[in-house]
Design a protein around this ligand. Sequence first.
Ligand code: C2E
Ligand code: MG
Ligand code: MG
Length: 479
Amino acid sequence: MAKGRFLQFLEGYGNLIILFLIICIVLGLLTFIILLKDKGKIQRLMYKDPSMDIWNLNYLIYHGEKILRSERRKKYAIVSVNIGQFRSYNLLYGWDMGEKLLEYICSLMNHAIDPKCEIAARVQGDRFVLLMEWEDWEDFLTRIRNFQNKVQKSIFNLTENHMPVYMGIYALREEDEDLRSAVNYANQALGVAGNNKNNEIKVFDRSFEKKLREIHEREKMLDKIEIRGHFVAYYQNKVDIRTNEIIGGEALVRFRDPMKNGQIEAPGYFVPYYEQTGKIVDIDFHIMESVCKMLRKRIDEGKKIVPISVNFSRLHFMKKGFPERFEEILEKYGIDKSYIEVEITETLMIEEMMQQEMIKSTLDSLKQKGIRLSIDDFGSGYSSLGVFEKIPASIIKLDRSFFLNQEDRERQIKIMRGIVMLGNELEAQTVCEGIETEDDIRIMKEIKTYIAQGYYFSKPAPQAEFEAMLDEQELAFSS
Ligand code: C2E
Ligand code: MG
Ligand code: MG
């Protein structure tokens, strides 16, 4: 009886029931698709870089640790990558161009790895981390070097800018399971690598921790050290290659390390740290003062003097008062302003975009006072001719890299010739830095510029040696 009623019900409402079932299935499917999409979205948020087509560090850690657990017999390394001078490129060419370049670098990173067993991730900005597999260590290093060169060349082809690629590597040991620590070690190696104008690779090893401790100790010592007595000026000649006459010099700071029995250390040992702490400002004025003392002494002795250039950190131009302090020191020793030149690097205007107005007004006021500005290392980074508009320079120092670069020599020479001609137009003198060989001298003559500074003539020397060279020349040129 009940069965008959049920069949009757089905006959009466059959279509409605089928419709109801179809709606339920469609709704179920829709919910499933939305959930799937959300899961995709969530996964994307968790594991993909927010703006580029590449994994993020979370993914590398999470998925990488899974790989390590499942492929215990294979060897892996973490490679941290940083693109040198990217910050300047971004500031110089704008955010959009910076993003385009980053997209391109991401694609290079993605292509460098085997996606089946390796991972490329972006940490932030121009920082990347790769999890890579290796069998033979030397083969692996060759692979990394080739990749590094490829990245640098590709960036140059795209942007016409030489941007060094720095890499820090940590080779995972069998017992390493924690990729965060591995990334940390690779980053520490990268920290040591990224201080140079050229590509660099540093491999982390256990002695590295000791090295980092030493750096820490050194920084503590540098914090405490008194400037007077520990920082001295060395001098390097600037020579007219037509006559071999010393026509000037550059003062280069040196540190007498009390922890090493007064051993002399070059600026790489302490300048980057003092640029961070700000102490470089007082050291630069101390060097200027040493130069003025030396000139005063020679004037009083009736001896020959030449203009000396002094390096000034970009930090001086971040605040007011530089021209005043500069003039005070000149006055104290009674030195004419034509005898001290101010060397600043060409990147000053690029790196400090936010402070351009203030820097420009300081530089203009120096120029008005008749103080000679020298653009150091011109051509080493982002040299744009706009620099001349912003820095009213009397001297342009062509960077050593022009002479080092053996690739496409003809093109380099054409560029240098162009800069020399522009210098002439602007009534600025060009000085060639890092002149080491006969061939460098030949190139200088070819591009018609004649003031050289480099090991070919002399290395930076203590004051007494520099003075002796000046005395010798005075005799030679007067007789
Ligand atoms: P810079 O001002 O471009 O100085 C030239 C550097 O090139 C010096 O290195 C010099 O020793 C080196 N050099 C000169 N001729 C040759 C050559 O023929 N071949 C090679 N390979 N190198 C050559 P140094 O003395 O180690 O100074 C390095 C940098 O440290 C300087 O580069 C400058 O940027 C900075 N610096 C030096 N003294 C001071 C200072 O008193 N204050 C500040 N703020 N920075 C300084
Ligand atoms: Mg210099
Ligand atoms: Mg230089």
